[in-house]
Design a protein around this ligand. Structure first.
Ligand code: ATP
Ligand code: MG
Ligand code: MG
Length: 530
C-alpha cells in the first residue's frame, strides 16, 4: 500500500508529495548527448537532485544514448562539465547503451509474448494508418516470423533494414501514443560508445521504462508533454513483468523569443548565426553564464518556479532580476565613458600633477576592496552629459566633489559641445546638485574597452509548430560600443562581474591583452526592455 507523505520545504516552493518514499527514493536525470545543456535541462537536473537530497535518496545521471545519428562524445563531455558547474552531483553515471543487450532480450521477450511485431510498412503509410486508427498489414505476423525478421534487423540485412519493431498495444486507442509505437529500428551509423557493435537501436519510449526499472529508479520525473506517453511507459513495465516506477510530471521551462530544443540550437550553430554553443545569446548553461548569469541566481530562480504544471512562456526579466540581487552587493564599481564624442574638459582647481587615491570599489561593501582613483586638472566627460550643462550650473563629479560649469561652448545648438571648463568647488553639497556625472582624469593609464549588448535571436515570442523558425531570425543581435575605462580595468580577469557606473553590470569576456581592448558583455538587470 502506498503511503502518502506531504511536506512543504522551506527553501523552495516545491510541494513534495512523492509516493512510497519510505522504501528509498531514486531519481534520474537522463540527458541525451545530442547537444549542450540548456536552462530547461538545468531545471530538470536540479529538480531531480532536489528530490533525491530531500528524501536522502540517490540521483542517477543517465546518458540516454539510443540514437547514434544525433549523439557525440563532445556533447557527453560538455554535459558532464556543465552538471559539475551547476553543482549537480549524481551518485552514479550510467548509460542506456550499457543496457543494449538487456533491451534486446526484452524485445525478444515481447515478441515471444505476441506483444511486438516487425513491420515494413513504408513510413508515410504507417503515419497515416496510425492517424486513422487502421491496423498494419503486418500486425498478425507469427511469433516465428517476427523472431526471424528481428534477427535480420539485428544484422541489418537487406530485408532487416526495411523493418522496424513495433509494440502491439492498440490500433485505435484515442491516445495516439498507444497506437503500436515503434520500439526498435535499424541505424547504420557508428555509436560514440558502442561503435559498430549494434546495428539496431531501441527508441527512447521503449528504453526509458525498462532502464528506469532495471536501475532501481523509484520516481521518474518527466516534463508534462510526456503525459500522453505515461500509459505506454506503464504498458511496457506491465507487459514485461517489471517493477513499477512512479511518474511525477513537472512543467517544461519555456522563455519568450527563445529556442529550447537541441535540434534547433544545433541549427543556429551550423548556420553560423551564433559563435558556438556557448554564445551569450544562447539559453545554454554556457551561454547564459557568459552573458553574466550566476549559478546562484539560476538555482534561486528554478526553486522559485514552484510545482506549477502549467506550461508558460516566461520572460527573461524574472531570472535577471534574481541575478541582480546576487551581483549588486558584490560587483565592484568602475567608470567607463563612451568614445563617441568624448570631451576633454579643463578643470580649474584640479591638481597640476595627478594625484592617485585609494577608494572603495563598492560604497556599501568594504569587502569588495579598494581601487585607484586618479585626479588631475584635465578630465574626460561624455558628450551626452556635457550637452545638458549650462554655464554657471553646479554639478557633481561622482566620487570626487562638486564643480561649477564656468565655460561652455556649443556653436551649434543641436551639435556637440566644443569646449568645456569646470571649476572645482569641493565645499559644494552633492546632495543639492541635479547632475552627477561620471568622469575620468585624462592623465592615467586608461584602458580601451568594448561594451557589447545583445538582443534575442528570434523576433517572435513563441514559434508555433507549423511555423518556420527561418522566418523569425533577428538580423541584428549584437551591438558593440567603444569606450575607455579607468586604470583598474587593466587588472580585470575573464568572468569578473562589475558595474560601470550609470551604465550597468558587465561581465568581462576577454581581458585587455596585447593592445586589444577588453571586451565586456552587458548583463541584463530584469528591467523590461533591457
Ligand atoms: P531538447 O528538445 O532540448 O533536446 P529533450 O527533452 O529532448 O530536450 P533530453 O536531453 O532528452 O532533451 O532532456 C533531458 C531531460 O531534460 C529530460 O528529462 C527532459 O524532460 C528535460 N528537459 C528538456 N527540456 C526541458 C525544458 N525546457 N524544461 C524542463 N525540462 C526539460
Ligand atoms: Mg529527449
Ligand atoms: Mg527534444
Amino acid at each position: 500500500v502506498a503511503s502518502k507523505k506531504k511536506t512543504k520545504s522551506k527553501e523552495s516552493n516545491f510541494e513534495i508529495g512523492l509516493l512510497d518514499t519510505d522504501k528509498g527514493v531514486v531519481t534520474r536525470f537522463p540527458p541525451e548527448p545530442s547537444g549542450y545543456l540548456h536552462i530547461g535541462h538545468a531545471k530538470a537536473a536540479m529538480l531531480n537532485q532536489y528530490f533525491a537530497e530531500h528524501y536522502k535518496g540517490k540521483l542517477i545521471i543517465r546518458f540516454d544514448d539510443t540514437n547514434p545519428t544525433k549523439e557525440k562524445q563532445e556533447f557527453q563531455d560538455s554535459i558532464v562539465k556543465d552538471l559539475e558547474l551547476l553543482g549537480i552531483k549524481g551518485d552514479v553515471i550510467t548509460y542506456t547503451s550499457d543496457h543494449f543487450d538487456a533491451l534486446y532480450e526484452k524485445a525478444i521477450d515481447l515478441i515471444q509474448l505476441g506483444k511486438a511485431y516487425c513491420d515494413d510498412t513504408i513510413q508515410e503509410q504507417m503515419r497515416t494508418e496510425r492517424m486513422n486508427g487502421v491496423a498494419s498489414a503486418r500486425r498478425e505476423r507469427t511469433v516465428e516470423e517476427n523472431l526471424r525478421i528481428f534477427g535480420e534487423m539485428a544484422k541489418s540485412s537487406e530485408e532487416g533494414v526495411k523493418n522496424c519493431l513495433r509494440a502491439k498495444m492498440s490500433v485505435d486507442n484515442p491516445n495516439k501514443a498507444m497506437r503500436d509505437p515503434v520500439i526498435y529500428r535499424c541505424n547504420p551509423e557508428k555509436h560514440h560508445r558502442t561503435g559498430d557493435k549494434y546495428k539496431i537501436y531501441p527508441t527512447y519510449d521503449f528504453a526509458c521504462p525498462i532502464v528506469d526499472s532495471i536501475e532501481g529508479v523509484t520516481h521518474a520525473l518527466r516534463t508534462i508533454e510526456y503525459r500522453d506517453r505515461n500509459p505506454q511507459y506503464w504498458w511496457f513495465l506491465e507487459a514485461l513483468g517489471l517493477r513499477k516506477v512512479h511518474v511525477w510530471d513537472f512543467s517544461r521551462l519555456n522563455f519568450i523569443k527563445t529556442v529550447l530544443s537541441k535540434r534547433k540550437l544545433a541549427w543556429f550553430v551550423e548556420q553560423g548565426l551564433v559563435t558556438g554553443w556557448d554564445d551569450p545569446r544562447f539559453p545554454t548553461v554556457r551561454g547564459i553564464r557568459r552573458r553574466g548569469l550566476t549559478i546562484e541566481a539560476l538555482k534561486q530562480f528554478i526553486l522559485s518556479q514552484g510545482p506549477s504544471k502549467n506550461v508558460v512562456n516566461l520572460d527573461w526579466t524574472i531570472i535577471w532580476a534574481f541575478n541582480k540581487k546576487v551581483i549588486d552587493p558584490v560587483a565592484p564599481r568602475h567608470t567607463a565613458l563612451l568614445d563617441q564624442g568624448l570631451l576633454t574638459a579643463k578643470l580649474i582647481g584640479g591638481p597640476d600633477t595627478p594625484v592617485t587615491e585609494d577608494k572603495p570599489k563598492h560604497a556599501k561593501n568594504p569587502e569588495v576592496g579598494q581601487k585607484k582613483v586618479v585626479m588631475g586638472n584635465t578630465v574626460l566627460i561624455e558628450q551626452a552629459d556635457a550637452k545638458t550643462f549650462k554655464e554657471g550650473e553646479e554639478i557633481t563629479l561622482m566620487g570626487w566633489g562638486n564643480a561649477f560649469v564656468t565655460k561652455i561652448a556649443r556653436p551649434d545648438a543641436e551639435g556637440d559641445v566644443t569646449e568645456l571648463e569646470l571649476t572645482l568647488h569641493l565645499e559644494g553639497d552633492f546632495k543639492k546638485t541635479e547632475k552627477k556625472v561620471t568622469w575620468l582624469a585624462k592623465d592615467q593609464n586608461l584602458v580601451d574597452v568594448e561594451l557589447v549588448d545583445f538582443d534575442y535571436l528570434i523576433t517572435k515570442d513563441k514559434i508555433e509548430d507549423d511555423e518556420d523558425i527561418k522566418d523569425f531570425i533577428n538580423k541584428s543581435t549584437m551591438f558593440t560600443e567603444k569606450a575607455i575605462a579607468d586604470c583598474n580595468i587593466a587588472d580585470v580577469k575573464e568572468d569578473d562581474i562589475l558595474q560601470f557606473e550609470r551604465k550597468g553590470y558587465y561581465r568581462c569576456d576577454q581581458p585587455a591583452k596585447d593592445g586589444k581592448p577588453a571586451v565586456f558583455f552587458c548583463i541584463p538587470t530584469g528591467k523590461v526592455g533591457k
